[in-house]
Design a protein around this ligand. Structure first.
Ligand code: SF4
Ligand code: SF4
Length: 427
């Protein structure tokens, strides 16, 4: 997968995964005892708690912590709520972790069934925001930036991962249904399905244009698709949404298609499991299944200092507990042996320039990193192109000093975003 040049500058080239023509169904892995769902915490609420420990829930039931708040999760199993506890995610974001002990017999909730008969964007927002693939329905509903184009990604944005590619290749009828529903609920007619170069055949008429992209990383990241498929460059500081383009994974579209044609909310997630020996397998599991259940199904032992990553090797996030559940957007679980995990260091930058040469956004990363290390985020944004960064992680990979450049970039963007939101709220 990795090609390194013997001549000139050593800039690594990575190829995305390519699945064989005949694909086996993903192996099914069941949660052993319970599932845990992360419910976003809204800042204010005036009503009493609407779910409590001991409450019984049905599969597909909408659960809100407080009746007067918009956030919710969908129960992915039938059972009894056994715990509601605080959980802190990346960058200190807080959630309520709702644990449901699985009942012996499953009962399906029928609340969505009547909504499914006449699809609307409102009902999709009300029920499908935490469906497999995390459909970005809020983006479709935000009126200051009307969305004119939906791009369905049938390619995985990170390496070693084959989840979206598998879904695009095997769930065509669900994708067709999803596209039909999206057209009804949004009135958006320009829908593009992006696939890998080798898998462009066989899509027939699905109600969307089908375009292929290069198989070299980071061609499947949204800013690269904007440039190479839509011919639009995303200016620094702007998002694809702000340019009227909404990106949605193939799985999110199948979730919409299945929900409205079958009347049931989907609760199973397909993901790629990459184990320490480099073995990759596609699995299907219930949203909320703890990682430990998945690892134990395949006899994967975790030793001290091994690393578990949600997502692929370039842009994934480390997780620190075997109780961490599969989320609606978990496309991959990567288990790295401690001997192979790239550790960060506190060595200083030696100005070798590898990060600059490898950066697809042509950022002077060697300069940018100095401001990020010093926590000078405004300067990093104003003078060193922080917002031109497309979040590919290549700079971190090549850095000889093992500076966690990508993590610094993410933190800086998060902090600046938080400051902007706080300012907007104070006005
Ligand atoms: S993550 Fe690093 S290499 Fe990738 S675009 Fe951003 S600065 Fe450039
Ligand atoms: S790759 Fe690392 S050491 Fe080399 S210039 Fe970039 S930040 Fe500095």
């Amino acid at each position: 997968m990795l090609k390194k040049s013997f001549f000139g500058l050593v800039i690594p080239q990575f190829e995305y995964e390519r699945l064989p023509a005949i694909l086996p169904e993903p192996e099914k892995v069941a949660a052993s005892k319970s599932v845990t769902l992360f419910h976003e915490k809204d800042s204010d609420h005036n009503s009493a708690a609407s779910i409590q420990v001991g409450d019984k829930v049905k599969t597909g039931q909408k659960i809100s912590l407080f009746a007067d708040q918009p956030s919710y999760v969908i129960a992915s199993t039938t059972g009894t709520v056994s715990a509601i506890s605080p959980h802190t995610g990346d960058f200190g974001k807080t959630y309520a972790a709702i644990t449901i002990d699985i009942a012996e017999n499953e009962t399906l909730d029928d609340q969505f069934e009547t909504q499914a008969q006449s699809p609307t964007l409102e009902s999709a927002l009300e029920y499908l925001a935490s469906a497999p693939g995390n459909p970005p329905l809020k983006t479709l509903a935000v009126s200051e930036h009307p969305i004119k184009t939906i791009v369905i990604t049938g390619v995985d944005s990170d390496l070693l991962t084959a989840t979206r590619q598998y879904i695009a290749n095997t769930r065509l009828n669900d994708i067709k249904d999803g596209i039909r529903i999206l057209k009804i609920i949004t009135d958006i007619d320009r829908i593009i399905l992006v696939t890998g170069r080798d898998s462009i055949q066989g899509f027939g008429h699905i109600g969307a244009d089908v375009k292929s992209i290069d198989t070299t990383y980071p061609a499947a990241l949204p800013p690269m698709i904007m440039k190479n498929v839509l011919g639009e460059v995303v200016p620094a500081g702007k998002t694809c949404d702000e340019m009227g383009v909404c990106f949605m994974s193939a799985e999110a579209v199948t979730s919409i298609g299945r929900a409205y044609t079958g009347g049931q909310l989907p609760v199973h997630k397909i993901l790629t499991l990459i184990t320490k020996d480099g073995n990759q397998r596609l699995i299907e599991t219930t949203i909320g299944t703890p990682i430990k259940d998945i690892l134990s199904a395949y006899g994967v032992a975790i030793d001290e200092e091994d690393r578990i990553v949600f997502g692929g090797p370039m842009t994934g996030s480390a997780v620190y507990s075997l109780d961490q559940p599969v989320m609606p957007d978990t496309d991959a679980i990567l288990v790295l042996d401690r001997a192979k995990a790239a550790y960060t260091s506190d060595y200083p930058c030696i100005n070798c320039g590898d990060c600059v040469r490898t950066c697809p956004a042509q950022i002077a990363v060697n300069m940018l990193v100095r401001f990020l290390e010093a926590g000078q985020y405004d300067e990093a944004a104003d003078s060193y192109d922080l917002y031109s960064c497309i979040d590919c992680g290549l700079c971190s990979y090549v850095c000889v000093s093992k500076i966690p450049i990508f993590q610094y970039i993410r933190l800086a963007k998060y902090e600046l975003d938080r400051a902007k939101t706080a300012e907007a709220t104070d006005v």
